[in-house]
Write a protein that binds this ligand. Structure first.
Ligand SMILES: NC(=O)c1ccc[n+]([C@@H]2O[C@H](COP(=O)([O-])OP(=O)(O)OC[C@H]3O[C@@H](n4cnc5c(N)ncnc54)[C@H](OP(=O)(O)O)[C@@H]3O)[C@@H](O)[C@H]2O)c1
Length: 296
């Protein structure tokens, strides 16, 4: 059995990666976790070796990586942690690595995180490690996803749905379980070493159609109010400038003007990536939401 360390198992995607690798029965899995309280929500974490620490703490990170053969890191590369991760892998002689980046690196906007993510990808590619970098699109598909599950709740609760812009921008969200399966497939396929893969969903949908589809699945009749992008961003900018956190960021609204469609052909060719049907996953996600609200 190969020894895998997962960083990020307490996050949305990480817990599915943990489940998938556990189910494969092929790996001895340990976890690097910064908040022990979150482990109680992870049934598959039970009985695993757990190292506590943050990626900022290179000593803790290196100690957790000793004896490990494969690092799977689902924690974001957008916070400037890549040098620590790479140094710790070298110090602990871990060669095989999988890192999660994002298709947000292709945005025409210039949020600060873009520079950090690009720098992280460059550093990983120059590291000499046997890396694979995954670039998912918007991740969705179950309770806890901060994209579509939140949108479902918003549509369910609000009689008027505000849509910044015309809602024609295209999305290609990726199901979280497809990403977890991709990690498993990649680890079984050596030709994925030294590659970066765009991992998008099977289907493309305009944002406005997605909103209407979800309203229909929720059996909610809604009014749709299209407002200019600048009207949506202006109040958020003021709130953010005052140091207040908002449920959605200005960058997220601005990105609603961009089409976010990406080919997954290379992943399909190299390791058999075959993402799920958007409609099927959305139906299941709405059913999960309705179950939570006692209306299933
Ligand atoms: N969500 C999306 O739609 C999306 C889209 C494209 C790409 N991505 C990328 O895909 C990956 C997974 O996304 P996600 O939304 O599933 O992530 P997430 O829910 O935010 O989970 C991130 C995980 O990393 C851990 N983590 C973060 N910073 C850490 C640190 N300094 N030290 C130790 N652990 C740390 C978190 O620990 P805690 O549980 O303690 O917070 C959590 O377990 C990320 O790399 C993200 O950038 C996400």
């Amino acid at each position: 059995m190969q020894h895998v360390l997962i960083i990020g198992a307490t996050g949305f995607t990480g817990r599915y990666v943990l489940d998938e690798l556990s189910r494969s029965g092929r790996y001895d899995i340990s976890l690097f976790v910064r908040d022990p309280a979150k482990l109680s929500f992870l049934p598959t974490a039970s009985g695993r070796r757990v190292h506590y620490g943050t990626i900022e703490d290179i000593k803790a990170l290196t100690a957790a990586l000793r004896g490990v053969e494969i690092l799977v890191c689902t924690a974001s590369l957008g916070f400037g942690h890549a040098p620590n991760l790479l140094q710790a892998c070298h110090d602990a002689s871990v060669q095989r690595t999988i890192f999660f980046s994002t298709t947000a690196i292709f945005t025409r906007l210039n949020p600060p995180s873009k520079k950090l993510r690009l720098a992280a990808e460059t550093a990983i590619q120059a590291s000499g490690l046997d890396y694979t970098i995954l670039r998912p699109t918007m991740i969705y598909g179950a309770r806890g996803d901060r994209n579509i599950f939140r949108l479902i709740r918003y549509i369910d609760r609000m009689p008027i749905i505000v849509i910044p812009g015309r809602g024609h921008n295209l999305l290609q969200p990726v199901f979280v379980k497809d990403l977890a399966m991709a990690v498993r497939q990649i680890l079984a396929e050596p030709s994925t070493i030294g590659k970066c893969y765009t991992l998008s969903g099977r289907d493309v949908i305009p944002f406005g159609d997605l909103v209407r589809y979800l309203a229909s699945a929720l059996e909610r009749r809604r009014m749709y109010l299209h407002i200019p992008i600048c009207l949506a961003t202006a109040p958020l900018s003021v709130l953010n400038a005052c140091g207040l956190r908002t449920p959605i960021k200005v960058e997220q609204i601005l990105r609603l003007q961009e089409d976010k469609t990406f080919s997954f052909d290379e992943a399909a060719n190299d390791f058999g990536y075959a993402p799920s049907s958007l409609a099927e996953v959305l139906q299941a996600e709405v059913a999960e939401y309705l179950g939570d609200t006692g209306r299933a």
